[in-house]
Design a protein around this ligand. Structure first.
Ligand code: GLN
Length: 448
């Protein structure tokens, strides 16, 4: 039974929702899971929404100062569908500004790990993962461009699903990089994810990239591990991961190691494509129309825009500058066009492997770092931490990060990938895993 069915079968005591939001408010002061909590919630199965997804009448900022005060006059399609499906809107979750980040530290309010607040929660969907780890009954509507669901799901010990590109409508999402953005789901089990996915999926006239294809559930008995990806992982991660492989072997999977030597170029290709797209998407934030407004109009325009756009955080500024560079006519063929070719090569290569197998890897190459350690990483180092999450994201393959071990009290995640539109197969894989492995949580807010 899903937690959703279980919740619906129970009598909800008076004051349930107000007690829940009050408890959350308290913890939120420490962990920064939410940018805003809906204290008016009084019915439905609680769901949270990443703060780059519009909810009508609710401030939506993508954790950026430049959008402060922006209140959308409409809801994203996925939000409307959740509400129609009987879910209750609990609040907007914290994230790295505009989705730029892997650790949840590129937000003004740094997100903290619910297992130990000295550690990062992961990003960019930090708050979605923290909320899922805190709440007994809840699903998070989240989003990934290059790993924003997998990374925080792994660090916070929850299940994070990123669907095939195009299966969930992006209408009402504040775009990071349109060819890469996918709305997805975090929950405490694969079956809860499946439930919410079915509520939200289906064609949407407002998003022409959204398709009505029904996903399949083709089980594979073979698992491919890409050697180059393991080579980049810390020893502690590899030794835990090998134990996972043993368990899977024992339950009948065939495990094959395969070389894909150019897979390491996926990081470069991803950052070139995503920065190119994000720099155009951020061009509309000028201090005129959305959110933050510079009241003093000073001539010439350049100075006005420079002053208004100074409120972007450092990572957003970096991406505007680099993204504008890589798509400029003089260097486009050297970077952007090549990155697109790498992406196509990768899709072809991995699609070949996925015909007969799943691809499995650790989700992150390192154990959960402390906030102070993550802050010390150079941008290039931080980008390298996305080595495992970028390939399925840049190719648009469905994937799930699920908890599979605990080291020093902190969860470890592994990521299972399947071919386009075989979304139910990764959910089934994780459901099967859950039969023999109990996830641990430090909190169980709202348990009935
Ligand atoms: N860490 C990656 C980035 O900063 C991915 C983030 C995301 O998926 N939004 O771009």
């Amino acid at each position: 039974m899903t937690s959703i069915d279980e919740f619906r079968s129970k009598a909800i005591p008076d004051g349930y929702y107000s007690d829940l939001t009050a408890e959350l408010e308290k913890l939120n002061g420490q962990l920064n899971a939410f940018n805003g909590i809906n204290r008016l919630l009084d019915s439905g199965y609680p769901f949270s929404v990443k703060d780059n997804i519009c909810v009508k009448g609710v401030e939506t900022t993508a954790s950026s100062k430049i959008l402060s005060g922006y209140v959308p006059p409409f809801s994203a399609t996925v939000v409307d569908r959740m509400v129609e499906g009987g879910f209750g809107f609990l609040g907007k979750t914290n994230m790295d500004e505009f989705g730029f980040g892997t650790f949840g530290i590129n937000s003004e309010r740094i997100a903290r790990n619910p297992f130990n607040s000295e550690y990062v929660a992961g990003g960019s969907s930090s708050g979605a993962a923290i909320a899922t780890s805190l709440l007994r009954y809840h699903v998070a509507v989240s989003e990934s461009t290059g790993g924003s669901i997998s990374a925080p799901a792994a660090f916070c010990g929850v299940v994070g699903f990123t669907p095939t590109y195009g299966l969930l409508s992006r209408y009402g999402l504040i775009d990071y990089a349109n060819s890469l953005d996918k709305i997805g789901i975090m929950a405490r089990s694969a079956s809860d994810i499946r439930y919410a996915f079915d509520v939200m999926r289906g064609q949407d006239d407002y998003d022409t990239t959204c398709v009505s294809t029904t996903p399949t559930s083709e089980r594979k008995s073979r698992i491919v591990v890409i050697t180059q990806l393991l080579d980049g992982c810390d020893k502690a991660v590899v030794s835990s991961f090998e134990k996972l492989l043993d368990r899977l072997r024992n339950s009948g999977y065939r495990i094959d190691y395969v070389d894909v030597d150019f897979i390491t170029s996926a990081i470069q290709a991803y950052y070139i494509i995503s920065m190119a797209e994000s720099s155009t998407n951020l061009a509309k934030f000028t201090g005129f129309k959305y959110g933050y407004k510079l009241d003093r109009f000073i001539e010439p325009y350049n100075e006005f825009f420079t002053e208004a756009r100074d409120v972007f955080g450092p990572e957003a500024k970096r991406r505007i500058i680099l993204g504008t560079l890589v798509r400029s006519a003089s260097v486009r063929n050297r970077y952007y066009s090549k990155a697109l070719k790498v992406r196509t090569m990768l899709i072809n290569k991995l699609k070949g492997l996925l015909k007969e197998a799943f691809i499995l890897s650790p989700t992150m190459p390192i154990l959960t770092p402390k906030v102070s350690e993550a802050k010390e990483l150079s941008p290039v180092h931080a980008y390298a931490m996305d080595a495992m999450t970028i390939p399925p994201n840049i190719c648009g393959f469905p994937h799930i990060s699920f908890p599979y071990d605990y080291v020093g009290g902190m969860p470890l995640g592994a990521q299972i990938i399947s071919d386009h539109f075989n979304d139910y197969a990764v959910m089934d894989f994780v459901s099967e895993w859950e039969k023999g492995f109990d996830y641990r949580f430090k909190y169980n807010l709202g348990a009935l």
